[in-house]
Design a protein around this ligand. Structure first.
Ligand SMILES: Cc1cc2nc3c(=O)[nH]c(=O)nc-3n(C[C@H](O)[C@H](O)[C@H](O)COP(=O)(O)OP(=O)(O)OC[C@H]3O[C@@H](n4cnc5c(N)ncnc54)[C@H](O)[C@@H]3O)c2cc1C
Length: 446
């Protein structure tokens, strides 16, 4: 059984007689997926069939083959694991809200269960589906350790205001769920969907960005990454994670983004590891407080990707500094092709384009320099989001929008001493990086 606090009714309609449909979207895993567990419980209680449906939107903003291949390969594993449990997965292709409404109607379903997602586009999909159907539509927050809507009902100022709320609730949500037992027999359904293997070659997917072959997708791969992190890196997380020449971050962000691994499961394994206490605490701060602060920001601030979402002090700040002289100005193309005067920045950009990731410390420098070298904070936000979403495997995530808004617009941060262009937004520079790590080594490697 999962806690009722994870559930949110998207309409006030009753559950009717008919199959239970779980629309998997943000949480693409079988184990430790509270939405799937809930849907299965509902199906068992009412002795109905359970069907999982996934809708692939090949025109999803910012997504290309780099993201689709990681997602589809993960879903192939999901399909196999669901099959072992005699739960059918139907894959659809097209505009998700319409496709899901049609599918639910065709199935004569009595209850639709869906994932929680704070992004504007997903919220729109969910509300469209909930409004169009005449059955109960239940959202389950299987992504956050502490359900986002429960942790806070308003946009938080920063980690310092969300942290105590999360910590108070954490003990009751840090729990492992039982392994899902197979359903008694294979359930037959009439609707055949798309083939995941074929979708990998779908010409409607943007193929202009190179796929990343050396990051293996799926839950099993995520478990290997997690175990490697715990065994070899976690002890040094608090002291070495901020050195871009070292590899002491977990590398879990793509798996967390696609929901291929549960954040709660990661947290439990890390807590049980018995590794260095300061490192465990530092990691949980990022994995839970910072990550869940990003969901809070996107859910309650619909301007999470533009300057209207900045705190008032930062908006006033930019009004004053709008016409400050910029020493360098670059176009999106110049940024994209790593063609700036700053070799450190270029190396970070190259790392992102080549490997689909960028070290966490460099992400801050990278975004802040885009603010410094564009004509306005609006343009800086557009360029940073465009590049982050296009090239990062973990892009198009609340963490990305919050991280960029933190770097460029002071979101979740405080005001610092005023300076040109940045105003009171925290500044970073090349010399600061030189004091922190071996800049030449980073440039040579990337
Ligand atoms: C400009 C900018 C852009 C960013 N874009 C993204 C993005 O597109 N997608 C993304 O997932 N993260 C983004 N981040 C946050 C952070 O840099 C990455 O989550 C982290 O570097 C991913 O590597 P990891 O999984 O090895 O992290 P670890 O250090 O091992 O952390 C574990 C997990 O904690 C969470 N986490 C870590 N740091 C943060 C943070 N600062 N804010 C929120 N959650 C955090 C992530 O889920 C991460 O996977 C961005 C940060 C900035 C400053």
């Amino acid at each position: 059984m999962i806690q009722n606090e994870r559930l949110f009714q998207l309409n006030n309609l009753p559950v009717k007689k008919g199959p239970v449909v779980y629309w998997m979207s943000r949480d693409q895993r079988v184990e430790n997926n509270e939405a799937l567990i809930y849907a299965l419980d509902m199906a068992r209680q009412s002795q109905q069939t359970l069907v999982v449906v996934f809708c692939v939107d090949t025109s999803y903003p910012g997504a290309n083959i780099r993201h689709f291949s990681f997602m589809l390969l993960g879903l192939i594993e999901v399909e196999t694991l669901l099959n072992e449990k005699h739960i059918p997965l139907v894959v659809l292709k097209g505009n998700p809200p319409q496709k899901i409404v049609d599918f639910v109607r065709e199935m004569n379903a009595g209850h639709l269960v869906c994932d929680f997602d704070p992004l504007r586009i997903k919220q729109k999909w969910l509300y469209h589906v909930a409004k169009s159907l005449r059955i109960a539509v239940t959202e389950v927050d299987a992504h956050n350790v502490v359900p986002c809507r429960l942790a806070s009902a308003k946009v938080e100022y920063g980690a310092y205001t969300l942290r105590p709320k999360i910590n108070r609730l954490l003990p009751s949500f840090l729990q492992e769920y039982e392994v899902i037992e197979p359903l008694p027999k294979h359930q037959r359904i009439q609707i055949t969907g798309e083939s995941l293997e074929k979708l990998l070659y779908d010409p409607d997917i943007d193929h202009s960005v190179a796929e990343i072959k050396d990051v293996k997708a799926g839950t099993i791969a995520a478990y290997f990454v997690l175990q490697d992190f715990i065994e070899h890196k976690l002890d040094f997380y608090s002291t070495k994670r901020n050195d871009p020449n070292e590899d002491f971050q977990s590398g879990l962000s793509p798996y967390l983004h696609f929901g291929q691994i549960s954040a709660a499961e990661v947290a439990i394994d890390v807590i049980r590891s018995g590794k260095n206490a300061a490192s465990v605490a530092a990691f949980l701060e990022e994995l839970i407080v910072r990550k869940e602060l990003s969901d809070n920001f996107c859910l309650y601030n619909s301007d999470y990707d533009n300057i209207k979402g900045f705190p008032v002090w930062a908006q006033e700040n930019f009004r004053k500094h709008r016409s400050d002289k910029r020493e360098y100005l670059y176009s999106l193309k110049e940024f994209e092709t790593a063609n700036t005067h700053d070799e450190l920045w270029n190396a970070a950009q190259r790392q992102m384009v080549k490997t689909a990731k960028m070290h966490g410390y460099m992400r801050m420098y990278w975004a802040k320099k885009i603010l410094e070298w564009t004509a306005s904070p609006e343009e800086a936000m557009r360029a940073a989001i465009c590049l982050n979403d296009k090239y990062m495997l973990d892009g198009r995530d609340p963490n990305g929008y919050a991280g960029i808004a933190w770097s460029i617009g002071g979101v979740h941060d405080r005001a610092w001493t005023s300076r040109p262009v940045f105003g009171k937004v925290r500044y970073m520079n090349y010399n600061g990086c030189k004091r922190k790590f071996d800049v030449a080594k980073y440039i040579a490697r990337n």
